[in-house]
Design a binder for this molecule. Structure first.
Ligand SMILES: Cc1cc2nc3c(=O)[nH]c(=O)nc-3n(C[C@H](O)[C@H](O)[C@H](O)COP(=O)(O)O)c2cc1C
Length: 197
């Protein structure tokens, strides 16, 4: 029994998703984009505001330029982004008025929470299709806006790399990042009271 066979359905999928940072050249089929975008479209959002817009970037030159914007000057971070055969930029759209009022009254950026959920829906669907993803929060925002023709006043807040691993299956490429212990992240009834599972 391998490590996945103990888990089934959603638990197995959540376990299988990880940030893929090595990509092969195999292109992403159009149907996969459609399914991942549909999964993102289904995500919940505060006041059903759906404050997101997805830009799929596959053109090699545009992709190269966008990948460059994710690498800090003189930095080593995000070098792998250039190898990803597709990038998806998520642009924050103006939330509806109910969400704006709620966010102001509760001092909580609901739109960012919404976009995070939609992004994870996208990534989980990609995982289910055998594709790898990595969310990229570090990129030059202004230049990205210019490169992708995003109207001024709208912010690109997240990029997602999308593609297949260089060889073999996503499962072979798997690399789990460590997670905090359950007891460190969950309490029973009151903060700090240990859970019993
Ligand atoms: C909002 C956000 C921004 C991220 N930005 C980057 C990034 O710029 N570069 C990168 O390599 N990984 C980035 N990541 C991926 C995280 O490093 C990764 O999810 C985390 O280390 C856990 O590993 P896992 O995704 O493999 O489980 C980002 C993840 C999130 C959720």
């Amino acid at each position: 029994m391998d490590e996945y066979s103990r888990k089934t359905g959603f638990a197995e999928l959540a376990d299988r998703r990880f940030s893929l940072r090595r990509y092969g050249a195999k292109p992403v089929p159009a149907e996969a984009f459609a399914q991942c975008l549909e999964a993102a479209r289904r995500a919940p959002s505060a006041c059903n505001s759906q404050p997101w817009h997805f830009i799929v970037v596959q053109d090699p030159e545009r992709r190269r330029e966008l990948a460059e914007l994710t690498v800090p000057p003189g930095g080593v971070m995000n070098g792998f982004v250039a190898d990803s055969p597709a990038l998806v930029a998520i642009v924050a759209e103006r939330p509806n008025i109910a969400s704006q009022i709620g966010a102001a009254l509760k001092n909580k950026p609901f739109y960012l929470i919404d976009i995070g959920i939609a992004a994870e829906h996208f990534c989980l669907q990609a995982t289910d299709l055998g594709l790898g993803t990595c969310m990229i929060g570090w990129f030059a925002e202004k230049k990205t806006r210019h490169l992708l023709g995003i109207p001024s006043g709208k912010r690109p807040v997240l990029l997602i790399t999308l593609g297949y691993p260089p060889e073999g299956s996503l499962r072979d490429a798997e690399k789990h990042s460590r997670r905090k212990d359950l007891h460190a992240i969950a309490s029973a009834e009151r903060y700090g009271n240990p859970v019993q599972y």
